[in-house]
Design a protein around this ligand. Structure first.
Ligand code: MG
Length: 167
């Protein structure tokens, strides 16, 4: 990959919500009547952020790096995926410029947990909390997201080369 001063990446993830599962969002377990179905813990924030960083690095996506038919990742704490994306980013000579995350679900409200999610990501990615933003949106009761049958997340990240002149 050619080293450029800055590179941008986008990640998107969506999980079905099903009864009898824990709902984990950005490493926070929420009180809710259902949780994200998935091979790992189904953390849409960590998955979208992982894919955003991998995208910025022009690396294979999260599903290729961590196949959902690999028993190693069954029930995995999705922190491991973010940590691996961070490792690849540093290996390529980049660090986080800033990260902007939008979580879409009808319920629950992220509320004050946004600050905790932000802190989790700043720690995982070795950056300042001011470089991370977490936004929450409902889906206006429309479609699967609005009917509390799914949760989704978009993440946009800018990474900057640590060797290039500061930008
Ligand atoms: Mg996922």
């Amino acid at each position: 990959m050619m080293t450029q001063p800055i590179r941008i990446g986008h990640g998107f993830d969506l999980h079905r919500l099903e009864a009898g599962r824990a709902l984990v969002i950005g490493g926070v377990t929420f009180e809710h009547d259902r949780g994200a179905a998935g091979h790992s813990d189904g953390d849409v924030v960590y998955h979208a952020v992982t894919d955003a960083i991998l995208g910025a690095l022009a690396e294979p996506d999260i599903g290729q790096l961590f196949p959902d038919n690999d028993p190693q990742w069954a029930g995995a704490d999705s922190r491991v995926f973010v940590a691996e994306a961070d490792r690849l980013m540093r290996q390529a000579g980049y660090a986080i410029g800033n990260l902007d995350v939008t979580v879409i679900c009808q319920k629950p409200k992220l509320g004050e947990h946004k600050h905790v999610i932000r802190r989790h990501l700043a720690v995982l990615l070795g950056c300042d909390e001011s470089q991370v933003n977490i936004k929450g949106k409902t889906h206006e009761h429309v479609d699967a997201l609005g009917e509390n049958r799914a949760i989704a997340c978009h993440a946009v990240v800018l990474i900057r080369s640590e060797s290039a002149a500061s930008v």
